[in-house]
Design a protein around this ligand. Structure first.
Ligand code: NAP
Ligand code: FE
Length: 363
């Protein structure tokens, strides 16, 4: 079976908001911008968007309180602001956190529902969402997923339906020129984990594999030197790769790395990309048991000789030395097992396997 669904209109390249902003004219006359605390004010993205909205005669309000790994409380606050303003569409500007928050805000604008219904995806059509990414990592601009911190359950959980994709994505690599070294590394590893997990997912198809292979090839050009300053062309490669990888996971879902990473972020405070990177080598070792040919292709596309070289490169980039107790490993495994991420993973993923992967990642 081959399925493919990608409803987002994408504009990619320098100055794409200025050049193609008029595509927003059909979405309404009032918008709510959802963004983080400061970066969008410094990298030009918020200014470009405001100028475009002014020129289109679209009124707007700004909610700029989205934290990393946004909570349900935050998106409820954003929805209250958007509703009060009478927003007809939502514009997310920033890293994955503001983009995901924008999607959840759009759902809560048209649905008065409890958290249980939100996470069960029991809601009607959300407001349209426009996404302007400013990191090269999540691919959220072209996915249906909004990942939220759910304090009631004690982990991160996603919402998604066919209607939570952004309708429009403006992807301008210039906005990522200000991303610091650490976030550049973590977000690139997140994008890489999307491409690789999607490639090795049970739901991978020949069509999603084409996007995944291209994404891995682009990231492979920069993997060894991610910690060094990047040119605009380098930033463009990474943003393109992260966009492609977003299209991949929109089809395939994410797998074990993401499922196991969420508790590390929630309980240990690891950035999303760092959590993925820490778990990545042990996951790849497990995957060689089930998909050895595809794993070899991954390494070839990344231009690394073998598993050891891949592991060394990641370890050098991440410089992580955390540890976990047996109790923590058991608790995180219990949180991981029921997730779709486990269902999407090839092989036989038992609680023992998950525990072993946590252990191997924290030697
Ligand atoms: P983020 O949490 O959105 O942002 C991390 C940091 O980078 C923030 O401090 C932010 O500052 C800053 N930043 C953003 N853009 C910048 C720029 N252009 N220049 C300088 N600093 C900048 O990080 P992220 O890795 O992009 O997103 C992670 C979130 O996305 C997680 O919650 C993860 O679970 C989720 N995710 C979603 C998907 C999906 O498919 N939807 C996939 C993977 C991950 P400000 O706060 O000031 O903006
Ligand atoms: Fe991710």
């Amino acid at each position: 079976m081959l399925g493919y669904y990608m409803p987002t209109t994408i504009y990619f390249g320098k100055n794409c908001v200025k050049q193609n902003g008029s595509a927003m004219a059909t979405l309404g006359k009032r918008a709510c911008l959802v963004t983080g605390g400061s970066s969008s004010k410094k990298n030009g993205s918020l200014k470009d968007m405001k100028e475009m909205l002014d020129s289109l005669g679209i009124a707007y309000t700004v909610f700029d309180k989205v934290e990393s790994n946004p909570s349900v409380e935050t998106v409820r606050n954003a929805a209250a602001v958007a509703k009060e303003f009478g927003a007809q569409f939502i514009i997310g500007i920033g890293g994955g956190s503001p983009l995901d928050a924008a999607k959840a805000t759009a759902v809560l604008c048209t649905n008065t529902i409890e958290d249980e219904a939100l996470f069960a995806n029991a809601y009607e059509r959300p407001l349209p969402v426009v996404a302007v990414p400013t990191t090269s990592g999540t691919g959220s601009e072209v996915t249906q997923y909004a990942v939220l911190t759910n304090k009631k359950v004690g982990t991160k959980m996603g919402i998604s339906t066919r209607e939570t994709f952004p309708v429009l994505a403006y992807v301008d690599p210039m906005y990522t020129m200000t991303v610091n070294k650490r976030t550049t590394i973590y977000t690139a590893i997140d994008a890489l984990s999307h491409a690789v997990e999607g490639y090795l997912s049970r739901k991978a198809s020949p069509l999603s594999d084409m996007w995944a292979e291209e994404s891995m090839k682009m990231i492979g050009r920069h993997l060894a030197t991610l910690g060094e300053p990047l040119t605009y062309e380098g930033r463009e490669d990474l943003m393109y790769a992260s966009l492609l990888a977003g299209v991949v996971i929109a089809q395939t879902g994410t797998t074990l790395v993401h499922g196991m990473g969420y508790p590390l972020t929630y309980y240990k405070g690891l950035d999303h990309g760092l959590a993925n990177g820490v778990l990545f080598p042990a996951y790849m070792r497990e995957m060689t048991k089930w998909e050895s040919e595809k794993v070899d292709t991954v390494y070839a596309l990344l231009k690394v000789r073998n598993h050891e070289e891949f592991t060394q490169q990641l370890e050098a980039l991440l410089d992580y030395h955390g540890s976990l107790t047996d109790e923590e490993i058991k608790a995180y495994t219990t949180l991981t097992m029921p997730t779709n991420a486990v269902k999407n993973t090839v092989g036989t993923i038992t609680p023992e396997v998950v525990q072993e992967l946590y252990r191997a990642s924290h030697h």
